[in-house]
Structures are given as structure tokens and as C-alpha cells.
Write a protein that binds this ligand. Structure first.
Ligand SMILES: Cc1cc2nc3c(=O)[nH]c(=O)nc-3n(C[C@H](O)[C@H](O)[C@H](O)COP(=O)(O)OP(=O)(O)OC[C@H]3O[C@@H](n4cnc5c(N)ncnc54)[C@H](O)[C@@H]3O)c2cc1C
Length: 149
């Protein structure tokens, strides 16, 4: 179980990387792509997609750093790792989905990287303990009640 505590931090860090990649690709593409005579980045609803990815990515990064700092201090970090893994993996999926949306049809084909980011992100809510399992671990820490058994 202690190996999972470490692995979940690494996995969370990878998810932050996917989400940051989604943001970088989406900012770049939406500034370049023009529709109705202007960059699609100038449309408010596109900026909403970018802002949501950006804020969630930063929040996920901070949770991963908190878990890593707790581990570096040699303290028990089971719950911190679950917070980080659960949130960062769900953020990676949302970020990749939003990035595909921001790219329009090009998000779905292989010419741009975000379609691959979506596939890469999707498995992260499953392995190293699914999101449901992370929530059970967090719920057990909050309540002292074990929902596993
Ligand atoms: C690409 C890939 C690589 C993998 N690599 C490894 C590896 O290297 N080592 C390794 O050991 N495993 C590995 N796995 C397995 C992975 O850890 C499991 O797939 C994962 O833990 C989920 O288990 P499961 O597939 O049996 O799903 P199940 O346990 O059958 O879950 C099915 C659904 O039920 C939910 N669920 C299950 N139990 C509960 C519960 N008590 N309460 C609420 N909901 C519940 C789950 O969240 C999920 O939504 C890998 C999986 C994949 C896809």
C-alpha cells in the first residue's frame, strides 16, 4: 500500500503534465485558427474552455506538490496522495476533453496532439486505484468508517 501512496503522486504529476499539454496546445491553436475573420481565441466561450483548463491544472499541480512535500518530509501521505491522484486524473480527462473541443474537428484527428492526450488521460482515472476507490479512501479518512467492507 505504501508503494501505491508513492505511485499515486507520480501518476498525479503525469496528469498535471497532460493537462498542461492540453492548455499549451489549446492556447497555441486557438490563437492561430481564424473563424469569422478573427482568431477563435477571441471568442468568450473559447476563453472559458481555456480558463477552466488553466485553473484546474494549477489546482491539481498544488495538490500533487502538497502530497510530494508530505512524502518528502517522511510523513504518512496516503490521503494526500488520494486527493492528488483523484483530482489530477479527473482534471486531465476534463482538460483533454476541453482541448479537443477547442480544436474543433482537428481535435479528433491525429494532426494535432490533443486526441492522443484524451486517450492518455482516460486511463488515469482507472489504474493505481479508480476515482471511486480514491473517494472511499478519502471518505474513510474523514469519517473513520470503512466503506470497503
Ligand atoms: C493500462 C492499464 C495498466 C494497468 N497496469 C497495472 C499494473 O501495472 N499493476 C496492477 O496491479 N494493475 C494494473 N492495472 C489494473 C488496474 O489497477 C485496475 O484496472 C484498476 O484498479 C481497476 O480494477 P478493475 O479493472 O478490476 O475494475 P473493478 O474493480 O472491476 O471496477 C469496476 C467499477 O467498479 C467500481 N468499484 C469497484 N469496487 C468498488 C467499491 N468498493 N466501491 C465503489 N465502486 C467500486 C470501480 O471504481 C469501477 O468503476 C492496469 C490497468 C490498465 C487499464
Amino acid at each position: 500500500m505504501s508503494a501505491l501512496d508513492h505511485g499515486r503522486i507520480s501518476l498525479g504529476a503525469g496528469c498535471v503534465g497532460i493537462a498542461q499539454g492540453c492548455l499549451d496546445a489549446s492556447v497555441s491553436y486557438t490563437k492561430e485558427r481564424k473563424q469569422f475573420g478573427r482568431p477563435v481565441a477571441s471568442f468568450q466561450l473559447v476563453q472559458e474552455l481555456l480558463a477552466d483548463i488553466a485553473v484546474e491544472t494549477e489546482a491539481a499541480r498544488l495538490l500533487v506538490w502538497r502530497a510530494a512535500a508530505t512524502a518528502d518530509r517522511g510523513e504518512r501521505h496516503t490521503v494526500e496522495a488520494s486527493y492528488a491522484k483523484y483530482f489530477a486524473s479527473e482534471v486531465a480527462v476534463r482538460a483533454a476533453n476541453a482541448a479537443v473541443q477547442a480544436h474543433g474537428g482537428y481535435g479528433y484527428v491525429d494532426e494535432y496532439p490533443v486526441g492522443k492526450y484524451l486517450r492518455d488521460a482516460r486511463v488515469t482515472t482507472l489504474y493505481e486505484g479508480t476515482s471511486q476507490i480514491q473517494k472511499l479512501l478519502i471518505g474513510r479518512a474523514l469519517t473513520g468508517e470503512n466503506a470497503f467492507t
